[in-house]
Design a protein around this ligand. Structure first.
Ligand code: ZN
Ligand code: MN
Length: 486
């Protein structure tokens, strides 16, 4: 057996979450819309129409570029990439070829625990994948094959895409997935893409080749097209690595030329689509209808200054606060949940308490009632609830119930408290009376407590909770009982 190493590079297409499409004013959110309803003459490529670049998309791509530590070009332009396919109404894609928006960046990522990398970098050792460039382009439509027919839906045609191309720095399927997940986190954190894998908003083309260890030169690669989940990325790369190793053993060397393959998820194998293809086949030339894009140094600095803390930094700070890796990752993946967490943490200054409220109670209620993250309450509603607890108006026990109702009904905390009569007895005189009657009604427990059986106190507190329908603060009652008995 030869000592072969795996060389992997990725091209990532991420749909941007802009209001309108890349070059026209059509609605960019085609999810759940009827086919061919978010289209116009421009994105359908009618003759005589003029594309107008989307300022929001360019701004968000610049944010992404800087978050990936790329250099944003002071000027760049669009190119036409020609090919024929039924999902491409214009007959060409407006992309960027030799002068992309940004280049030369990198992403640092962590490997999952227990996964040492083949070249000695392991969990917690700071793996880096360089970014070759990031460019802007528009997406194509979507084809659905039904029976012997093919249906075309052009709602997606013209959606802004960022194409992010890495250097061949990845050395295993596990590294590729860990990198891709970190990249996804970054794009979501800076608000450039929802990167919802389920909706196909982030897709990967993965290039893989083998070479003998110690040799610099790269061999021809196999490019696996259009992988749309982390699972598929991992499975396809694992399969293709094995296939290339076998080929190497049989033929005594690497592939003779680049090939393009497709991944068949059902059967778990790849299929060769094309033997050869290079840039010349696309007849790239500068897009004549769109002037070059320019960025001043000041504009770039403004974008940089507006970037939030990136996932690695945020993850670190959550870990320092005592969260575990998976809790930190949920927050990084779900910006709405994170804004609630951050607001509650700011309020309570207690990470343990915050994760109880947000990650246990709130998230638990969301899952129990089958709610999506977009249905999360506004952070202020949760803070209103915490105000009610802090003022003694309701108990923290009642607050749990309010959170669940809030998730279920979307009503504000105050309304739920009123509706269900959850206000607790905070008046000390009233509490004093209750405590006195509790002592009178539980002579045996009082006697046991006096003899040193501390658990007996719990029984009396339980009696009070029952009598008042849980409308008292058990900690406060317990304290008053101890005073009352002694
Ligand atoms: Zn349009
Ligand atoms: Mn592309």
């Amino acid at each position: 057996m030869r000592n072969l190493e795996v060389i992997i590079g990725l091209e990532i297409h991420a749909q941007m979450n802009t209001k309108t499409k890349m070059f026209c004013g059509c609605d960019n959110n085609a999810w759940n819309k009827k086919p061919n309803t978010t289209v116009c003459e421009i994105c359908m490529g009618h003759p005589g129409t003029l594309p107008v670049p989307n300022r929001e998309a360019i701004g968000k791509a610049a944010r992404a570029a800087l978050a990936l530590d790329c250099t944003v070009a002071s000027d760049c332009h669009f190119d036409r990439k020609h090919y024929f396919y039924p999902d491409l109404p214009m007959g060409f894609q407006i992309s960027q070829y030799d002068f992309p928006l940004a280049s030369k960046g990198y992403v640092d990522y962590d490997l999952p625990e227990g996964f040492p990398s083949p070249h000695g970098r392991g969990h917690g050792e700071g793996n880096r994948c360089r970014i070759h460039h990031l460019h802007l382009e528009n997406d194509a439509g979507k084809l659905t094959h039904v029976g012997g027919k093919t249906l075309c839906d052009f709602n997606r045609a013209g959606t802004p895409l960022m194409e992010i191309v890495t250097e061949p720095d990845l050395r295993s399927a596990v590294e590729a997935v860990a990198f891709a997940q970190e990249l996804r986190s970054i794009l979501v954190t800076i608000g450039a893409s929802e990167a919802d894998m389920f909706k196909g908003m982030m897709r990967f083309d993965a290039s893989i080749s083998l070479r003998e260890k110690g040799i610099e030169k790269l061999n021809p690669r196999s490019e696996i097209k259009n992988l749309n989940s982390f699972k598929a990325l991992e499975r396809a790369l694992t399969y293709e690595e094995e296939r290339l190793r076998k080929l190497w053993e049989e033929s005594g060397g690497p592939l003779k030329g680049n090939i393009t393959v497709g991944w068949l998820d059902d059967t778990g194998c790849t299929r060769v689509l094309r033997e050869k293809e290079d840039a010349q086949d696309y007849r790239y030339f500068p897009e004549p209808d769109i002037p070059p894009l320019t960025f001043s140094a000041k504009e770039i600095e403004n974008v940089r200054a507006s970037l939030p803390h990136l996932p690695r930094m945020q993850r670190k700070s959550y870990l320092i606060h005592g969260l575990d890796t998976s809790q930190a990752q949920i927050l990084l993946d779900e910006p709405k949940l994170r804004s609630i967490f951050d607001a509650v943490l700011d309020y309570t200054k207690d990470a343990h308490k915050t994760s109880g409220i947000v990650l246990t109670q709130l998230l638990g209620a969301m899952q129990k009632h089958g709610k999506a993250m977009k249905d999360l309450p506004h952070p202020d509603s949760i803070l209103d609830l915490l105000d009610l607890v802090a003022s003694g108006a309701i108990s923290s026990n009642a607050a749990k119930r309010v959170i669940e109702d809030m998730v279920k009904t979307g009503k504000p905390a105050g309304e739920i408290v009123e509706e269900h009569g959850l206000t607790q007895i905070a008046d000390s005189r009233e509490l004093q009376d209750i405590v006195a009657s509790a002592i009178a009604a539980n002579p045996n427990a009082v006697l046991s407590f006096k003899k040193g059986k501390t658990q007996a106190l719990g029984a009396i507190v339980g009696w009070v909770m029952k009598e008042t329908g849980g409308k008292v603060d058990p900690a406060r009652v317990s304290e008053m009982l101890q005073k009352g008995i002694s």
